[in-house]
Design a protein around this ligand. Sequence first.
Ligand code: 4AD
Ligand code: MG
Length: 498
Amino acid sequence: MQTATISRLHEHAGGEVTIRGWLSAKRSSGKIRFLILRDGTGQCQCIVEASHADAFETADRLTLESSCILTGTVRPDDRAPGGCELDVTGIEILHIAEEYPISRKAHGIDFLMNHRHLWLRSPRQTAILRIRHTIIRAARGYFDDAGFTLIDTPILQPGAAEGAATLFPVDYFGEEVYLAQTGQLYLESACMALGNVYCFGPTFRAEKSKTRRHLTEFWMIEPEITFADLPVLRHHAEQMTTRILRDVLEHHRDDLASMGRDTAPLEAITPPFPVLTYTEAVDLLHSEKVRSWLEGDLADKEKQLAACREELAEAVESLGTAKKAWQKEKAEQQIRSLEEHVRELETDIEHRRHHMSDASAFEWGRDFGGDEETILSRQFDKPLFVTGYPREVKAFYMKRNGQDPRVVENMDMLAPEGYGEVIGGSIREDQLDVLLERMKEENMDPEPYQWYLDLRRYGSIPHGGFGLGIERTVSWMCGLKHVRETIPFPRLLGRMTP
Ligand code: 4AD
Ligand code: MG
């Protein structure tokens, strides 16, 4: 007997196989039991007829999420999700599951987050995690193919690189050290030994704000490029992004469709991506174009809200007239999801009224927050590079602009559809005296950074790099509203379990 995985069942058409997995749904109809088995590679409808008395009786004992081994004949069926069904002849129970806490009815997000260890089994979550895998592979593949060397940078670090405010302290044998906010400073050292390098790893930031874009533990891929200027950084960012888009679209059509992700906006993205300076971006925020866009956008949302409320009223009416139990259940489900949608739209509208209308009042010199990024990124249907931010709002290591010392040689890449910053990067300050001056401005003690300053003492070169946040990229590709579903076990303000 051959053991098969569900995704490759079609290779065994007509043959007898065993498949192993968990029961994700069960239906019965007279003398037939329909078992939906999932094994991590896919789902398969398995049919048990009463004529196989042992199997039939065992099927009735299986509870949701019980683990079992099914034996049967593979029957091709075009209507079936994987193209095959299994006509079951035998069932071996591995474990009968206790009553499973996650049911088909809508659960609140806190409940699901508390059951993340089980929630991972749902089709939507597995689709997201498969896409995450492809994004990481594509990004690493891009740098591997471009001749970059992978460097593993330390997670325990003596100092800050992205601002002292978001450091996580760790007691290191009586000395205070910190979890890595970035691998960048170490990459800068490595690139002067090996040429172009990249790191990929977990990153920690004690972000005290609850937003849909911030985790306290997230994963980042960071290249560091020798003899680079901003156009070189943009080129790599653009090419890496294009590779990610291509691979996700090539391998995950079904996953994206199952989540209801409209792939048209992703498919339309081709290089080159537009570039604005920070100053141009501020002008855009102040422009008539953005003002009327904001008004139109608000009007759209209000129209959507009105339509949604109407639909809700109809659903409530149909609940009143429903006679059969299944009709009632269907109407109730519809009401719940419409109510949720109404709430979302109301929050959206309120948010737009209060915050987004501040665009015209945005002052040069401030950092862009999520709202400004959302407005800017929604003016373009491709990722947008914004360069030359005021140096006060950016990290100490960024190179000062030669013409305008108020700004630095940096670039952020904002994803379209309102997703905001997914890449942050810069050319590095390579002059020792300018870097020391900047550190003084930031009240940084140069002592723990002497090793980093050495890179400006022994063969300093122009160089730079960037970091791509994996979770924000997953959010964007999958069309998710919040980063909490983009990582297997999210760490957020107020969430450490499971
Ligand atoms: O812009 P950031 O802070 O840049 C750096 O860390 C540089 N050292 C990178 C470099 O030049 N080598 O972070 C880079 C990206 C952001 O654009 C965002 O995608 C992600 O990391 N990111 C976060 N993702 C989730 N939660 C957070 N709290 C994040 N902070 C940054
Ligand atoms: Mg940034």
